[in-house]
Ligand binder design. Structure first.
Ligand code: CP
Length: 317
């Protein structure tokens, strides 16, 4: 297995099966630190740099919280407008990264341009973690989701997934790549105008992913062990910021997971994930049902980032 030390985490494409399990093992090892709400000193001599060109609650703060739990330091920006990359100069990724690499030991980047973290990695002497790039990928989110499932179910192989939402969404692409490494059939349900881009379909086919598409969640929910939901009412991920102006549409029933639907059709032991933020696709009354796991998923997000940071910094092998 390849070492994680010094490695960029840009995509789940070509992330090998045993590498998933290695990350999960390290996450298990570090989990007691977070469970006990302690900060360790594992990364006390290291600094995480956050470079966020798009809004984020979870991804940025979970990476920062993870670094604090590891006893490390954090610096960075949460809005490029306050930097030269987001003002008159529109400083390039190369020029920005050639600065950031002197300010810390690992960079987590979110960007509205697909491929921006890859561009950063070309120029950076320190590891780059992709915190979401345009419509591209969101590898740390899906690692967190798989870890949540692995802990809940004790396995990944043999579980059937239902993925609901906008199939142009970066989480869906990382999910597809990740599931190629497991015996996990997946059904994608999304609006026709937000269907899985052809390039990803071709890739998933070439990696032998067992996937199908359906029009309505009712067609696939009864067989699902894991239901992963994303919004279909959402901003344009190619923009640095997409402010809401006025009312937004409601989510059609095809892409909505209600308490009634879960009660009538879902497996009793299925688990429901949502990377959040949500609109109305999972109403709040689902939160207290036996299916919901999205708060655990958010907590897994901290533990997973602890594992990834420790691994790429060479603090765990
Ligand atoms: N799940 C997720 O990426 O959330 P944020 O946009 O708040 O980081």
């Amino acid at each position: 297995m390849r070492s994680f030390a010094g490695r960029d985490i840009l995509s789940l494409k070509d992330f090998e099966r045993q590498e998933f399990f290695r990350v999960f093992d390290v996450a298990d090892e570090l989990k007691p630190i977070a469970d006990n709400r302690h900060n360790s000193d594992l990364c006390a001599d290291k600094t995480l740099v956050t470079a966020f060109y798009q809004p984020s609650t979870r991804t940025r703060l979970a990476h920062e919280a993870a670094m604090h739990r590891l006893g490390g330091h954090v610096t960075g920006f949460s809005d490029a407008k306050m930097t030269r990359a987001g003002d008159f100069y529109q400083e390039s990724i190369k020029d920005t990264v050639k600065m950031l690499e002197f300010y810390g030991d690992v960079i987590v980047m979110r960007h509205f341009q697909q491929g921006a973290p890859q561009e950063a990695a070309k120029w950076s002497s320190i590891p780059i973690i992709n915190g979401g790039d345009g419509w591209g990928e969101h590898p740390t989110q899906i690692l967190s989701d798989l870890y949540t499932v692995y802990r809940e179910k004790g396995r990944l192989d043999g579980l059937r997934w239902l993925a609901v939402g906008d199939m142009r969404m970066r989480t869906m692409h990382s999910l597809g790549y990740a599931l190629t490494q497991f015996d996990c059939p997946v059904t994608f349900v999304g609006p026709p105008e937000m269907s899985l881009p052809e390039e990803y379909k071709k890739e998933f086919e070439s990696y032998s992913l067992d996937f199908s598409e359906a029009e309505h969640v009712e067609q696939a929910i009864a067989d699902a062990d894991v239901i992963l939901v994303e919004p279909v009412v959402q901003p344009d991920y190619t923009k640095s910021r997409d402010e809401r102006s006025g009312d937004v549409n409601l989510t059609p029933a095809n892409y909505k997971i209600t308490r009634e639907l879960l009660t009538k059709k879902a497996k009793s032991d299925a688990i429901l994930l949502h990377s959040l933020p949500r609109m109305d696709e999972i109403p709040a009354d689902v939160d207290i049902t036996k299916w919901s796991r999205y708060w655990q998923e958010a907590y897994s997000g901290v533990i997973m980032r602890m594992a990834l940071i420790a691994l790429v910094l060479g603090k765990m092998e």
